[in-house]
Design a protein around this ligand. Structure first.
Ligand code: ATP
Length: 374
């Protein structure tokens, strides 16, 4: 079956990633391994790119490293892969210290943001390349290539050169090439960032399904919090070379360990307002007008002067400032379309947050603290 023309989006719909059929599954064994980092450090001159990271993945876990640009995600991944040498600390794969092992010997596969396919080689040869480098028995190569290509729905493209492929198809060739060696750990550095938004969403979905079925421990780097929330079994939030929090998407969102995590995850971010010596946090969707709260809940009521309203279809975002003892502090409210209360700009309303939705943070250390009297 040869396709002549295809759009990325169509391709992802019509050729979903599939899992190996039973007979093939017998031929290819998947190794699972945990990755552990102990007090890992890496500096470039006086820049501490990674500054003492401890981490332990679970077997078969999809772990996402999330953080702003420059927080050390890529450096961390490259140390796991063996492309960077740590200044201190240990990397363990499958329980063994691998600091001294070259990348080839670590049984990991890494796909970069700027994956490079060999332009003069066909898709088949690109995918076969790591097998040849590993001196895999020649007779076994076609079957392995077809299997890896089949997983990503690109079996019909094996005869093409990279320039004859769409961006999405190239991305999938890179993923198949990484997977063909049956790694015990999959390291992915923003592998979907070259795709357009729609394709990215479907590629994300398929990547997750695929990882679940194959069960290879995966560490995935992104600065996109939506991607992290959607993909990760757990998320590692990083800042300035350190880990700020490790938790499930739910924990990270609802129980942020500090005010940085609280603001980095969630869109719009958590509202943080100043009190004496601490910050009071509440999510925009918990800041609601009178009459839509749960009956009997303990409330914090504050006047809210709405400055601007954004209609997003499913939600209304209200930008404005608080009154009363929070005079002048900027906040955002997010009203689902089911809340039909009429709200006009330049008008003040009584808004409420359930007290159980309030988070407290130390303004100096940024760390979460226990509830304070309001
Ligand atoms: P991004 O999301 O932008 O890719 P990142 O979180 O992956 O960022 P890293 O690429 O790990 O961040 O970089 C961490 C810090 O180390 C940055 O300040 C960066 O400038 C610095 N850095 C990374 N690689 C080198 C290098 N080879 N030489 C000098 N400094 C480097």
């Amino acid at each position: 079956m040869q396709k002549t023309q295809s759009s990325d989006a169509k391709d992802f719909k019509t050729s979903p990633i599939s899992v190996p059929s039973a007979p093939l599954r017998c031929v290819f064994s998947f190794y699972m391994a945990t990755v552990e980092l102990r007090e890992l450090k890496k500096s470039y001159g006086n820049i501490a790119a990674v500054n003492g990271v401890d981490l332990l993945t679970r077997d078969g876990e999809f772990l996402v490293l999330l953080g702003p640009s420059g927080c050390g995600k890529t450096t961390l991944l490259r140390m796991i892969a063996g492309f960077e040498t740590p200044n201190a600390g240990e990397v363990l794969i499958g329980g063994e210290v691998v600091n001294e092992l070259p990348p080839r010997a670590r049984k990991i596969a890494m796909v970069f943001q700027s994956y490079a396919l060999y332009p003069h080689m066909t898709v088949f040869k690109n995918i076969a390349f790591p097998l040849k480098a590993q001196r895999v028995n020649k007779a076994a190569i076609p079957q392995k290539v077809e299997w890896a290509a089949g997983l990503f729905g690109i079996g019909h493209l094996l005869g093409r050169k990279p320039r004859e492929l769409s961006g999405g198809e190239r991305q999938r060739v890179a993923l198949a090439r990484a997977l063909v060696r049956e790694p015990s750990v999959f390291l992915l550095d923003e592998p979907l960032s070259n795709l357009d938004a729609q394709l990215r969403a479907s590629a994300r979905d398929e990547l997750q399904q695929f990882q679940r079925r194959i069960g290879t421990t995966t560490i995935y780097v992104t600065h996109d919090q939506v991607e992290a929330m959607g993909l990760g079994d757990r998320i590692v939030v990083m800042r300035g070379g350190t880990v700020r929090q490790i938790g499930t998407p739910k924990e990270i969102y609802h129980e942020p360990a500090d005010s940085f995590v609280a603001r980095f995850v969630g869109s719009p971010p958590m509202n943080l307002v100043q009190r004496d010596g601490y910050l009071l946090g509440f999510r925009p969707e918990h800041f609601l007008p009178k009459g839509v709260q749960n009956d009997g809940a303990q409330m914090l009521g504050v006047p809210f002067l709405v400055a601007r309203i954004e209609y997003l279809g499913a939600d209304r975002l209200l930008y404005g400032t608080l009154g009363g003892s929070f005079e002048g502090q900027k906040v955002i409210a997010r009203l689902p379309s089911t809340v039909t209360v009429n709200i006009e700009p330049q008008t003040s309303y009584d808004f409420f947050v359930e007290q159980k939705e309030l988070k407290f943070f130390d303004s100096t250390t940024e760390l979460r603290i226990s509830s304070r009297p309001l």
